[in-house]
Write a protein that binds this ligand. Structure first.
Ligand code: OSB
Ligand code: MG
Length: 359
């Protein structure tokens, strides 16, 4: 699926997505999930093709035909697999959707959410070719109503850029995401960001580094938010207790599905750490799951969950996800994730398909 605008992070540029959808069927009802892995193993170790093989050869055989008492039991059937949370999570989320549809309840209610009828939305704006282009994009998104702006940074596209953004937009909720582009050797540069009173800096240091984040957070006024580092509730608890972060970005795929995402949320809540829902340039199925997740009570900060049209000419669900002029997405009361899967559209753009049956 070609993106309507390219998206650049500190690890590269994405022009189009290769997305795996998982449809699980039981008793004539379907549930849908989306694997959020990227096209390259740069955000984490997974990519589209690795996820395909892990799902086919290791996850599906443990799930197909197994009698589950509840969707909450699915994650543990593949917990012996090391890593590959996005592959595991795509299938797990599909079973949660299936269960909600079987029970005739909205997914948000089924996962224990519903604290809010509309979720607050922010946008993530990639690295641009020029500062003017960035300022123009921020202006557009603010006019559309979005409540907070996140910009991607990397060495060389950081202090000067943020200074100019702050000059033009002194009062907006602003944050920066480094996707692991710095090390502790950059501590002075990162400390200089305090001047711009950002809501947070997201994942400044290595994807697998907690201790250096502890040192960094102790030296910064700006709250550190962890993304890549947090793959489980156990890691979330360790990071919080050690003081590595004051905020957590929860991504359904990165933690392996709803069961673990709920646990991360609960751990953060016990420690009064606010969370928000991250994005992975999802198509409609993943987007709908993120909306449901964002209704849990601890999701008090605007997430990276925004309108379909920011990404796609035509999404794979109907209606497309829309954002109100107040910068929110309203939740639906339909069973499951609340949008219709556009099977005709999916068929048109499918390049590979495999059906696995109980043997
Ligand atoms: O770090 O949050 C990230 C996209 C791809 C990989 C990593 C990240 C992102 C985003 C985009 O920031 C969020 C979105 O709009 O979906
Ligand atoms: Mg991030």
């Amino acid at each position: 699926m070609p993106l309507v605008q390219f998206f650049e992070t500190s690890f590269g540029r994405t022009y189009s997505r290769d997305i795996i959808l998982v449809e699980v069927e039981s008793g004539g009802i379907s549930g849908w999930g989306e694997v959020v892995a990227g096209e390259n193993p740069f955000y984490n170790e997974e990519w589209t093709d690795s996820a395909w093989l892990i799902l086919r050869d290791f996850v599906a055989p443990r799930v197909l035909g197994f009698e589950f008492a509840a969707a909450a039991d699915v994650a543990s059937r593949s917990a012996h697999i090391r890593g590959h949370n996005m592959a595991r999570g795509g299938l797990e989320a599909a079973v949660w959707d299936l269960e909600a549809r079987m029970l005739g309840v909205p997914l948000w209610k089924h996962i224990g959410g519903g604290d809010r009828r509309e979720i607050p939305c922010g946008v993530s704006i990639g690295i641009q070719d020029s500062v003017d282009q960035l300022l123009g994009k921020i202006d557009t998104e603010l006019k559309a109503g979005y409540q907070r702006i996140k910009i991607k940074i990397k060495p060389g596209w950081d202090l000067d850029i943020i200074r100019q953004v702050r000059k033009r937009f002194p009062a907006i909720k602003l944050m920066a995401d480094a996707n692991s582009a710095y090390t502790l050797a950059d501590i002075d540069r990162l400390r200089a960001l305090d001047e711009f009173y950002l809501m947070m800096i997201e994942q400044p240091l290595a994807h697998d580094e907690i201790i250096d984040h502890v040192k960094l957070q102790a030296a910064l006024q700006t709250p550190v938010c962890l993304d890549e580092c947090i793959r489980s509730a156990h890691q979330a608890e360790q990071a919080i207790r050690m003081g590595a972060c004051r905020i957590i970005n929860i991504k359904l795929g990165r933690v392996g599905g709803f069961t673990e995402a709920k646990r991360v949320h609960d751990v953060a809540r016990e420690h009064n750490v606010p969370v928000w829902c991250g994005g992975m340039l999802e198509a409609g199925v993943g987007r709908a799951h993120n909306i449901a997740l964002s209704t849990l009570p601890g999701f008090v900060l605007p997430g990276d969950v925004s309108a379909s049209k920011r990404y796609w000419e035509r999404d794979i669900i109907q209606p497309a996800v829309e954002v109100t002029p107040r910068g929110t997405i309203e939740i639906c009361d339909e069973p499951g994730f609340g949008y219709e899967v556009d099977r005709a559209r999916i068929r048109e753009i499918t390049v590979r398909e495999e059906t696995l049956n109980i043997t």
